[in-house]
Design a protein. Sequence first.
Length: 76
Amino acid sequence: MIDMKTPNNTVTLSSKYQIVVPSSVREHLNLKPGAKLTWIEFDGVAHLVPLKPVSAYRGMASALKDSDIPDEADRL
């Protein structure tokens, strides 16, 4: 986990509205030049989230069984 309180993780918004992702964050998230990121704003807090290709999610639900998913009466 990255300690967001350390001075090395503080960024400044430039006059061109640009920021530099700190090296500790880039290394922890394995970000490379050209990586796509998206902003998510919730309740006054902005989160910068790396976008992953769809293939990165392949198999993430493979351990689920039909019995793990509850039936709901209003669903077909």
